[in-house]
Design a protein around this ligand. Structure first.
Ligand code: GLU
Length: 445
């Protein structure tokens, strides 16, 4: 079995040379799938894996726009529509200078399994651009978004493909994208994008959902060992939307969150990160984390370096892919780590995951632990379809139920495949089987 899977994987990788992050994501999933194929040989006969690894459609386009100085700028736009077996393609848009096809494909590939795990009717996709919104004016961001949507609009729709945010794409960008979509199509089609503003079709809890969900998932993992997040010493990487809301939820549940980071450095605040101050700096002023130090006593700011040098019993990587390597993992393990909940997509390297698993650390992979964001996007789509809007409490309760459910299904799947506590195996198999069943039922497409 393993050699048949290896041959399929090698062909997939050879067909996408140089797409390193995509290779990493494919490799990780394939490592979990031998036992499924022993149980379900029909998946091999139907070439499910070969089909699953080849996106249904990939769109790459030029995004020309004019900056504040009147100069013409060119960026590259992407939308990878990976798999629609379970529903319309669904996944965020990332605006970051590092974005390339390999990164969009890794994110889109992971999204298929994540979305399947939510239990909601969602296919998988991802998109974005190498545009860097940092230090751009609102006007520049608006003109970029309008140009991006001027191509993207023809590929998306409520029943086709439903983008949302990711790194560099928040409420502001979704607003500009939605406005341009509406203008071009002459349709107020709320269900075409999620992460909308609350007064024009957005859902309460959507901004908080990824971070909150990551903490709820982590709490569920700790519970299986009779522990809780209350009283834990938590380190969070990042200080964007996912990180801030993970910090808020962890603190609400009684944890002490002592550190967070951005691309320039990290802060250690032994009294517990002041979330209101962090929100003011990062969300209102769009500033740098460095400014936190100037506004609060007894805080240390470390320029450069790694936030994973700070001891923690719970680590929540909420920044970006491959930010936590094997050495950092080993150091955390030596210093008393109990659990890792991935708020970002693939933040731990392959080596780091191995270190955590060999040490018996509770490890919640991103495609399970951070699925609360896209699950709440599905709740936003439900509200849009019924022209309804739910209260914060009701929506948060739905999110909590979904996260507990995802945790329990991953745990039960790992157990049924003979590796209890292995959430990587549980998430990959549980996510995969549902998609594979649907693909079999829908024929060779
Ligand atoms: N970008 C988020 C993710 O990685 C959310 C996607 C969505 O809401 O569609 O899952």
């Amino acid at each position: 079995m393993d050699s048949r899977l290896d041959a399929i994987k090698e062909a997939v990788l050879a067909r996408s040379p140089g797409e390193l992050e995509f290779h990493q994501a494919v490799d990780e999933v394939f490592q979990s799938l031998a036992p499924v194929h022993r149980r379900h040989p029909e998946f091999l006969d139907a070439a499910v894996l070969e089909r699953l690894c080849e996106p249904e459609r990939q769109i790459i386009f030029r995004v020309p726009w004019v900056d504040d100085a009147g100069r013409i700028q060119i960026n590259r736009g992407f939308r990878v529509e990976f798999n629609s077996a379970l529903g319309p393609f669904k996944g965020g848009l990332r605006f970051h200078p590092s974005v390339n096809l390999g990164i969009v494909k890794f994110l889109g590939f992971e999204q298929i399994f994540k979305n399947s795990l939510t239990g909601m009717p969602l296919g998988g996709g991802k998109g974005g651009s190498d545009f860097d919104p940092r230090d751009r004016s609102d006007g520049e961001v608006m003109r970029f978004c309008q140009s991006f949507m001027t191509e993207l609009y023809r590929h998306i729709g409520e029943y086709t493909d439903v983008p949302a945010g990711d790194i560099g794409v928040g409420g502001r960008e979704i607003g500009y994208l939605f406005g341009q979509y509406k203008r071009i199509t002459n349709r107020y089609e709320s269900g075409v994008l999620t992460g909308k503003g609350i007064s024009w079709g957005g859902s309460l809890v959507r901004p908080e959902a990824t971070g909150y969900g990551t903490v709820i998932f982590t709490e569920q993992m700790l519970k299986t060992q009779g522990k809780s997040i209350e009283g834990q010493r938590v380190v969070v990487s990042g200080s964007g939307n996912v990180a801030i809301n993970a910090i808020e939820k962890a603190q609400a549940l009684g944890a002490l969150v002592v550190a967070c980071s951005d691309s320039e450095g990290y802060v250690v605040d032994e009294a517990g990160i002041d979330v209101a101050l962090l929100r003011q700096i990062k969300e209102v002023e769009r500033g740098r984390l460095k400014e936190y130090e100037a506004q609060r006593a007894r805080v240390s700011y470390v320029q450069g370096g790694s936030v994973w040098d700070v001891d923690a019993t719970v680590a929540l990587p909420c920044a970006t892919q491959n930010e936590l390597d094997g050495d950092a993992a080993a150091r955390l393990v030596r210093n008393g780590l109990l659990a890792v909940g991935e708020g970002a997509n693939m933040p731990s390297t392959r080596r780091a995951v191995t270190v955590f698993q060999e040490a018996g650390i509770l490890f919640g992979p991103g495609k399970a632990a951070n699925a609360g964001g896209v699950a709440t996007s599905a709740l936003e789509m439900q509200q849009n379809a019924s022209r309804d809007s739910w209260s914060f409490a009701h929506t948060e309760q739905r999110l909590a139920t979904i996260m507990v459910d995802i945790h329990d299904r991953c745990a039960a799947t790992a157990e049924s495949y003979g590796d209890p506590g292995n959430y990587v195996l549980g998430a990959n198999i549980c996510g995969f089987v549902k998609v594979a069943d649907a693909m079999l039922a829908q024929g060779v497409i």
